[in-house]
Design a binder for this molecule. Structure first.
Ligand code: G3P
Ligand code: MG
Length: 242
């Protein structure tokens, strides 16, 4: 397996979150249609261990269901409507599994940043399950995915399952000991909120040899500014073709 991957500059955030219901198959199709070559999405685990594409810890905001994912079984989730919250024309859209998503990515030739987004207390278990799924089912026709998380515990657990995984450390703000953390989790990339980055910070990180990916950048002028400052890639809700 390869241990490096070519990261494109534009990555569709939760697919194309600005134009389709986030983290759904239709959102990934939309990102592809708009010219994205990679998408980012969030993965968590149902009570009974099914890996699903979902950002929030509960169902309320993006589906017609209620309650937490950690207390819901896949059989209770799989028929929920995960499209209407965005627009009634997406009424038949469902929450995808990670496995279904891999199949679609393969069909569309779409690369991915897989974000491990565990429900609280599931940091290790969910990471291990995701890493195993990637190891066994990641499509051979695609570039190796980048696996990121805000949970350093998850990243360590995933890397233990497969030492070849390419890890990205996600931060909301840059901790003073970011480099120590990056080394501990064996990160190859640093992912950070574009609203808090500045030239000094970018220089410090790139000087240490880490590519920087910033979220969530929905303004193309801001994207150019970030690229000029040395940022490698941006996550955007409105991906475009370069
Ligand atoms: O991975 C970049 C970005 O998705 C991190 O924030 O909350 O949108 O998952 P969030
Ligand atoms: Mg995310």
């Amino acid at each position: 397996m390869l241990t490096s991957t070519k990261i494109p500059r534009i990555i569709g955030h939760r697919g194309a979150k600005g134009l389709a219901p986030e983290n759904t198959l239709v959102s990934f199709r939309k990102a592809k249609e708009l010219g994205a070559t990679w998408v980012e999405f969030d993965v968590k685990e149902t009570e009974d261990g099914v890996l699903i594409i979902m950002h929030d810890d509960d169902l309320d905001r993006t589906t017609n269901g209620k309650g937490t994912i950690i207390k819901s079984k896949w059989s209770e989730i799989k028929n929920l409507d995960a499209g209407s919250y965005f627009n009634s024309k997406f009424i038949n859209e469902k929450i995808p599994t990670l496995e279904e998503t891999f199949l679609l990515l393969s069909e569309l030739n779409l690369g991915a940043n897989i974000e491990i987004k565990p429900c609280p207390t599931r940091e290790k278990r969910t990471a291990i399950a995701i890493a195993n799924e990637i190891k066994n089912k990641w499509p051979k026709n695609l570039p190796q995915p980048l696996v990121s998380s805000f949970s350093m515990e998850s990243l360590v657990a995933a890397k233990k399952v497969d030492p070849n995984l390419i890890i990205g450390a996600l931060f909301e703000t840059l901790p003073h000991d970011w480099k120590k953390i990056a080394l501990e989790v064996q990160a190859k990339t640093i992912h950070i909120d574009h609203e808090i980055v500045n030239k000094e910070m970018i220089n410090e990180i790139t000087h240490e040899g880490y590519p920087i990916l910033t979220y969530t950048v929905n303004d193309q002028k801001r994207a150019s500014e970030l690229f000029d400052m040395g940022v490698t890639a941006i996550f955007t809700d409105f991906p475009w073709k370069e």
